[in-house]
Every structure is written in structure tokens, then in C-alpha cells.
Design a protein around this ligand. Sequence first.
Ligand code: GBH
Length: 481
Amino acid sequence: MKAITRRQFAKTVAAAAATTCAGVSLPKFAFGQPHAASLDYPKGFLWGCATASYQVEGGAQDDGRGPSVWDTFAHTPGKTFHGDTGDVADDSYHLYKEDVQLLKNLGTGIYRMSISWSRVFPQGTGQPNAKGLDYYSRVVDELLANNITPYITLFHWDLPQALPGGWQSRDTSKAFGDYAAYMTKHLGDRVHHFMTTNEFVCFTDLGYKTGQFAPGLKLADAAVNQIRHHAILAHGLAVQAIRANTPSGTQVGLAENAIVYVPVIESAEHIEAAHKATRDGNAQFLTTLLEGKYPDNYLQHEGANAPKVEAGDMKAIGSPLDFVGLNIYTPQYVRADESANGYAIEPNPTSYPHMASPWLTLGPECIYWGVRNVCDIWKVPAIYITENGTSSDDVLTPAGRIEDVDRVMYLRNHLTHLHRAVTEGYPVKGYFLWSLMDNFEWADGYSKRFGIHYVDFKTQKRTPKLSAEWYKQVIAKNAVE
Ligand code: GBH
């Protein structure tokens, strides 16, 4: 028998279906047609990539930049994989024009980047460093000249080392408000989308409770709750500062990795359980921010360890937002049960699959439920996916290619489930893939690659991976196939 191609086979089957079912009215179909099953995103949906200052910039001591807690932490023996630091990283401080061309080649309309606070205020407060501001001004101009809209995060964990006590001090929240005012006063003519902070838990709990991240402390509960309060207060003061220093129409939000509770079964009782768990599990951060008060059960639970709140704090913390940015990577399964709180968190069995980073458990429906839970509970006006992506054990082949099919698999599945949220009318405006290129992955140093561009850290050569080709097509077609 003569071998035929898949396409030829599909045509034969389709033709057979059309003829043998004569008399019965069937929809026209043909296997193998590229657009038959494409998941179209709405016109105007925004596609982008994300990075963060300490992970990509390098230039750690250039032009008067002051150290951040991450410089100190990474330079402390035993804190990061192989003692890796962000001293050079992707050298975007010097190569930013090349990076903008990577974005342009992908066809992205938006780019999420962050500002190194200590590059602009080496002491955290006081005298600004003109050369630091000038760098960000040039990056913004370069993006705009290439028709890419900048979305700026003011704080992605690189706290100026000089601030006494770091987030243990309430003065740091005030300093953040002042820094936010300064940045937006100087960039607000060209930048119209700002995020205050990135992932509260990573610079509060991981920095001051477990010690895995900078500054690497292990403090008691009361101190940690106070630190969390200073963090959300910083966010609130920054929202007020941004509004006061930018033209009306400027969009203000944050990027938060709220825990995403996925109902084990899609039925009313389990969905309700997911809603309850979402409010409780994110009580100290997103819930308080969006409700303008600490939930009663949270305060009761913390008792004497609850944070000390001063007059005006909650008003600032509850400042209305134009959008909520969600960094979504993994699911947390939950089910309804008879307990007092009405739900039970499902642990993952040891056989549960994960990506190259052990914490990156696979479950692409989390991107749908992340959006849905937040919108259903808090009716937020707009959502961005401010991060989504995966590490992969990328290998450069002798032919110079990186065939990261697992990353493509991860992304395709997540964008398929995000499509469901968009189709159901949830107000998702755009998606930022983490990350534009491999970079300094915090405590994992350079051992984990999250980029869709491969970076050779010796030569700084950037090479598009298979996932970049794939994403370029998603953007061009505004659809997932
Ligand atoms: C985001 O964090 C960050 O915003 C971004 O900077 C980062 O590069 C990206 O995701 C990829 O990680 O090792 O088991 O203790 C994601 C949230 C919180 C996930 C810390 C990893 C450590 C888990 N991260 N977590 S573990």
C-alpha cells in the first residue's frame, strides 16, 4: 500500500464523510486544516514579555548605582546556587537596545520591566542619581520608538541596602512612596502603566521568615506580620503618589502571585470552596488590598501577632486600582468539605508532574481559575497576566538550536485555558510571558532558565528558542493553535 501524508489522509476521510453521509446534514469539516481549531483571542488583546531589573541588568556598580539587598545576599556565601550574583546578569544595562529588538522581532506590543530603586536612589531616599534615571528614560524612549508600550514595575525585590531595617521599618514604606512619586513624575509623560510591587510573599515571607531570599532573615510571626503590613502600606502609598504625579488615564496596579485555588471538580460546592480558600489564603495581601481591611478571621487567627495599624493606613492600602496583575505558574487544588471553613486543601501526591523547577507543578487550568476567582470575588475592572512561563533544561544543539518542546507544551496549555477565561468575558487585557530571556533566577542563580531566548552568559549572545518561534506565531495570528 502506498504511504500517504497526514494531510492526504485527512482529505480522504473528509471526502468519505461527505459522501457516505449523504442525506444527513453535516457541518463541513476537514481534518488537518490549520485554522479549524484555532483559539482566537479578541482583537486588541495585548501580548508581551516580562523581565526584572536585578535579573537582567547587570551594571551593578555602574554610574553610581547603590547596592540592593539582593547584591548583599547573592554575595554572601551559601545563599545562591554556585554563589551566582546579578553583577552582570544579561548586561541589559548596556545591551538594552538589542533586547528591544528581540521584543520587536517577536511582534510584542507591550513589555513589562522593573526599576532598580537603588540605581535611582543609591541611599533609598534623599539625593537621586541622575544617571540612574537617565538609563530608564533611554530604555523607555527606545521601546516607544519601536512601538512597544512599557509597563513599569517599581519594585521587584531589589530593595536599597542603605534603608535601615529594610521592610522591618515603616520608614521604608514612606520612602517607597517618595520614590514612586519621583519616578512617575519623570516617566509619567511617556509611561502610562505602572505596577507598584511584585509578589509580596517573596520579599516579605521568603526574605524575613524562611530566609530563602534577601535579606535572608528568620524572624518570628509578629515581626513578619508587621513586615507584610509595611509592604502593603508601601503599595498603597505608591498608588497615591502615582495618581498625584501622573496625568489622568494613567493605569495603576500591581503584580501579585496570589495562590490560585483550583476546584478539584467543577461544581458549585467546590467552586465556592475555591472562593473561600482564595480569600483566606491571600488574606494578608490581595484580600486586604482589594477589601480595604484585614479580614476578621485573619486578625482573630493572628491574635497578639496581628500587625499594628496606624490611622490612614487602611485607606492607602485600599486605594482603588485600575487593574490587578496576576503572576500565574501553578495550581493549588481545593475541595469542599464539612470543616468550619468549608474547604480542604488537597496536597499533591509525590507522582504529581512538574517542570524543570521542582516547585513548578503542572496544571494549566490554574490560569483560568486565577482570573475567575479574583474577578468573581472582587469584581476587578481589568486583569493582566503579568507573568507566566516555565524553566526548562534547555540544551544548545550542535546546530545552534534550543528545542524547548516542554516550554511550548506548558505555554500552549496555559494559553488554551486563558482563552477560556477571555471567551467567558473575564476582563483580561493582556499577557506577559516570563521571560524574554534567560536571567538570574534568584536563589537558583543561573541554573534555571526561564527565557524564550537562550542567553550564553559568557558571550551574552541571545538565541531565540523554539518557544520564541512559537510565541511569535501566537502573536502574529492572535490565536493559539
Ligand atoms: C516569579 O516568582 C518572579 O516574579 C520572577 O522574578 C521569577 O524569575 C519567576 O517567577 C520564576 O521563578 O524553591 O520551593 O522554595 C515566582 C514565585 C516564589 C516561585 C519562590 C519559587 C521558591 C519555591 N516563586 N519560589 S522553593
